[in-house]
Design a protein around this ligand. Structure first.
Ligand code: IVH
Length: 676
């Protein structure tokens, strides 16, 4: 903070800002800033109050939890306050916390490491074993009564499954929306032209806090418990692990990844592991909660007014940040598709600096209502491409106009056309230089003909020099002229020549990918190449014949047929053929179709064959091998270090789980192991 800023005024401003964001987050489920930015405000206020203790008012947000309950729901006073957690933003802060605790007690400390589920804190009350009431945290003292809404969550028991039920049991935990359910909900929202939810946490909170519980019931919510708030007439626990075991026994979902460890090194390992694997779960987490296991030690350590001393939240680095949206531009792809994208003030998020982010199509820009000049929330999660989540409306400068999709292509000046009922807009000029560039770049890319040296830059030069106009021209490039161009020495020309020559031997499936036929991806290309075995047969086949190939649907069949009926495309293919590019596919499979109609998911590493090879083996025998487990899955094959989400889902759905030996047997015979 600059010295010139008056600390009193800044503290007041911070308090107002934090209160504002508390209401948006806790009551309206529509935060305007990312968690990281919110945490930064709180930390700044905490630092000010630390330096100037007089500035610490009793109603300061640093002394409270959450926000007051909204008037939509009846208030519920918690029997014991629902506290918040102190945060550690890095491992040094976590170690400092651990060391402080070690000084407070004489014996060694065992820690329980739990995932910090990014959802809504919930208190569930059971009287004589029967579900009575559910309440949100609210301000920690008084929450909101959401009993009928929470009753719709399938995993929450109506009755406790134990003979000697406690007179009173108050269980606390987190209601969350699984990632797949969030994505599905947003797809539905988009189809209905309705507001998109920014993330799973907001959509979970929004779905829960509905006046009409029928709406909650229509959304897939789930729950993990992590604490007993109160118990009367039940067992007495001495450790947190015992408490969790009891909760699991009486029917509550307890997160399967929880571990009890000794020593901060083991805590660190747990945190590191989940920071790297957070996206392997089927739900969002934003950190790890580390808790002292021994309840007597907890009592010795005590609490501050806001948070217990015996627990801390280790927060992962943010995957959402805000930044300035400098402009919205449109890029033209190889099919002529015009995709709007955001030019951002570069921001470090999700482990890398993001300066560009796709906005998908015209409707997405309108739905998100992002405008050049807005401060926007940018999200980059794991390997997923960065996306603009939405604008921060409170920071929108006055007079900012909604963005309009351009009507002309910025590369060729031709019209940009959006067909009735379609969400995409296209530049329809096949000679558009940007389309030419994108088509050739795609043809030369790794997943297609893999021509090293024909990268984005050299391609632009060749196009400018009119050395080529379509992919057929690659094989008659004038290397003498290229050698005279700036930046192309003898060696680079030779390498390019060799790479182009080598590309003639690529499999037919790669050639099909390279041609960039709409809807035909890598898998479809392989299926076609294997089934029809020669480019001539594919070109001559009728739409019906193509659609009759197992694994090719009517959309792909129509698109492939149209592509080869086009005289311009046939000309290009004639050039490729004349150059000696391979047009023959592998022989049709003679594997027995033992897995026809089955859907087998593979997770983890198998000893005998790679995951890709296992998936290939399934497909070659007529089966499907999708990336996720669903009700339709026939079996899940599990190798070393399987994905936890897939395994849990399989267990939940009762899908058979196979080891490598059972999988080999299945491949050979099509039989699943007998269940005893
Ligand atoms: S323990 C007094 N355990 O994180 C301790 N909280 O930032 C109460 N949360 O209010 C919380 N996963 O809503 C605990 N495994 C977990 C959690 C968890 C998510 C939430 C909870 C809490 C917030 C604090």
């Amino acid at each position: 903070m600059a010295d010139s800023v008056d600390p009193t005024a800044r503290a007041e401003e911070l308090r107002a800002l934090i209160e504002h964001h508390n209401v948006l987050y806790h009551q309206q489920d529509a935060p305007e800033i990312s968690d990281a930015e919110y945490d930064a405000l709180v930390r700044e206020l905490l630092a000010l109050e630390e330096e100037y203790p007089d500035l610490r008012t009793p109603d300061s947000p640093t002394q409270k939890v959450g926000a007051a309950p909204s008037a939509l729901f009846a208030p519920v006073e918690h029997r014991t306050p629902m506290m918040s957690l102190d945060n550690a933003m890095n491992f040094d802060e976590l170690v400092a916390w651990g060391k402080r605790l070690e000084r407070l007690v004489s014996e060694d400390i065992s820690f329980v490491c739990e995932l910090k589920i990014d959802g809504v804190a919930m208190s569930l009350l059971y009287e004589n074993g029967v579900y009575k009431r559910a309440a949100t945290r609210g301000d920690g003292r008084v929450g909101e009564d959401v009993t009928p809404n929470v009753a719709t969550i399938a995993v929450i028991p109506e009755r406790l499954s134990v003979d000697d039920v406690p007179a009173v049991l108050e269980v606390r935990g987190e209601v969350y929306m699984p990632t797949a359910a969030f994505e599905e909900l947003n797809r539905r929202q988009e189809a209905a032209g309705q507001r998109l939810f920014a993330n799973a946490r907001n959509s979970g909170a929004g779905s829960l806090r509905q006046k009409d519980p029928k709406i909650t019931a229509s959304r897939e919510l789930s729950f993990f418990c992590y604490q007993v708030g109160a118990i009367e007439g039940g067992p007495r626990f001495t450790t947190h692990s015992e408490t969790l075991e009891y909760l699991r026994d009486v029917g509550f979902p307890v997160n399967p990844e929880i571990r009890t460890v000794t020593g901060l090194d083991a805590v660190y390992e747990f945190c590191q592991h989940w920071e790297q694997h957070r996206h392997d779960l089927g739900y969002e987490i934003d950190g790890v909660v580390v808790k002292v296991d021994n309840l007597a030690q907890r009592a010795e350590m005590g609490s501050t007014s806001k948070a217990p001393r015996w627990a801390i939240a280790y927060k992962f680095p943010p995957e959402e940040r805000t930044t300035l949206l400098k402009n919205i531009m449109v890029s033209i792809g190889r099919t002529g598709k015009a995709t709007p994208f955001a030019m951002l003030e570069p921001v470090f998020v999700g482990g890398s600096t993001v300066g560009l982010a796709t906005l998908h199509n015209e409707d997405q820009v309108a739905l998100k209502d992002v405008r050049p000049g807005d401060t926007v929330i940018v999200r980059k999660a794991g390997d997923v491409i960065p996306e603009v989540v939405g604008p921060v409306l409170s920071l929108r400068p006055k007079g900012l106009k909604p963005w309009k999709f351009p009507t002309k292509c910025n590369a060729c000046g031709g019209p940009l056309v959006r067909l009735e009922g379609e969400s995409d807009t296209f530049c329809t000029n096949v000679e558009c230089p940007q389309q030419q560039w994108a088509r050739i770049a795609h043809f030369a890319s790794r997943g297609a003909m893999d021509i090293e040296g024909l990268g984005e830059r050299s391609l632009s030069t060749f196009l400018n020099e009119k050395l080529l106009a379509d992919v057929g021209d690659i094989y008659t490039l004038d290397f003498e002229r290229i050698g005279q161009l700036e930046g192309f020495g003898e060696i680079s020309v030779r390498n390019l020549r060799t790479a182009i020559e080598a590309s003639k031997q690529r499999p037919l499936a790669n050639l099909l990918v390279g041609l960039g036929i709409r809807h035909l991806g890598g898998t479809g290309s392989q299926v076609l190449a294997r089934a029809l075995g020669h480019l001539d047969r594919i070109m001559e086949a009728s739409e019906e014949e193509i659609a009759a190939v197992e694994g090719i649907g009517p959309t792909i069949a129509k698109s492939v047929h149209e592509f080869f009926a086009n005289p311009g495309n046939r000309e290009v293919i004639a050039k490729l053929r004349a150059a000696g590019v391979n047009v023959e596919g592998p022989a049709a499979p003679d594997e027995p179709q033992t897995l026809a109609g089955m859907s087998i998911v593979v997770t983890g590493t198998l000893e005998g064959l790679s995951r890709e090879a296992a998936e290939e083996a399934i497909k070659a025998r007529g089966g499907k091998s999708p990336g996720s487990v669903s009700k339709k899955t026939t079996a899940v094959v599990v190798g070393e270090a399987p994905g936890a989400a897939k395994l849990t889902k399989a267990q939940e759905l009762g899908v058979p789980i196979l080891d490598e030996a059972a999988f080999t047997h299945l491949l050979e015979t099509g039989e699943l192991p007998a269940v005893d």
